[in-house]
Design a binder for this molecule. Structure first.
Ligand code: HPA
Length: 265
């Protein structure tokens, strides 16, 4: 049995057989939603090979259960490329999700905005992304399945559903392009200007490798950024991880309303 099949069997034993309708990966400062799922929490430490998710603001556990009447599998912690130098750090959790029979994934992250009309506290739905970190989570994958088309990486139907949910909740949900920087240092003002020139609307250090892996595994996905700051050089505020964590709750309430409505409808 493959490692993902073994872990899926262990998870089914604790949380039941029914496939989750959605997987969710929660970003920095956005993990509180996991606590609202009625179900079973499995610490990553019980799941050999799962990342230790060492970034503050992330709770390293998988929660499987009901949220708004929908069965979900929520990853409270993610591992980032900058923690290990491995862009495929989330491959095993995503393989397990697919193994559980789940075929849709919602990702959230904290991000810096490049657009004055999408200020801190706002949400942005990813319409597309730019993988600017200079690596790819499928490097080393030896099968031809590695040549994954990315044309429709951000699922059109899921995005329409999320936009409808936002409208029903009275939450603005503009769409934009997310540019993945490796981190862990924040960008320079020149890098932010470069990203803007390249067509990005927001910058961040996560999500893109998970989207590539998801498409590889046949999962459909959509991602929402919570804007915690303007990109470096675009405002006077100091950028820091503490600031990201302090600002994430501003958008988190809106994000929760949108996600709950989306799951309910
Ligand atoms: N840059 C990269 N990642 C981030 C930022 C940023 O400005 N804000 C929150 N995550």
């Amino acid at each position: 049995m493959s490692r993902s099949a073994e872990l899926a069997a262990l998870i089914r034993e604790r949380a039941g057989d029914k496939p989750p309708a959605f997987g969710m990966i929660l970003g920095s400062g956005l993990g509180h939603l996991a606590a609202k799922v009625e179900g079973v929490a499995i610490p990553y430490s019980d799941l050999p090979g799962f990342p230790h998710a060492g970034v503050s603001g992330h709770v390293p556990q998988l929660v499987i259960g009901q949220l708004e009447g929908t069965r979900v599998a929520v990853f409270g912690g993610r591992s980032h490329y900058y923690e290990s130098g491995r862009a495929d750090a989330m491959r095993l959790p995503l393989e397990v999700l697919a193994e559980l029979g789940c075929d849709r994934l919602i990702l959230t992250n904290a991000a810096g905005s490049l657009r004055s009309d999408i200020p801190p506290g706002a949400l942005m739905l990813l319409s597309d992304h730019i993988a600017f970190a200079g690596t790819n989570p499928l490097i080393g994958e030896a099968t031809d399945a590695r040549f994954v088309p990315m044309t429709d990486a951000h699922d059109v139907d899921m995005r329409a559903g999320l936009r409808a949910a936002a409208e029903a909740e009275g939450v603005e949900l503009p769409e934009g392009v997310y540019c993945w920087f490796s981190g862990p240092s924040f960008e320079t003002p020149a890098e932010i200007r470069a990203a803007r020139t390249l067509g990005a609307d927001a910058v961040g250090m996560s999500t893109v490798p998970e989207i590539i892996l998801s498409r590889f595994l046949g999962l459909r996905c959509a991602a929402i950024s919570v804007i915690t700051n303007m990109g470096a050089g675009l405002s006077d505020e100091a950028i820091s991880h503490d600031h990201t964590e302090a600002m994430a709750p501003l958008g988190a309430a809106k994000l929760e309303a949108v996600l709950r409505r989306f799951l309910r409808d």
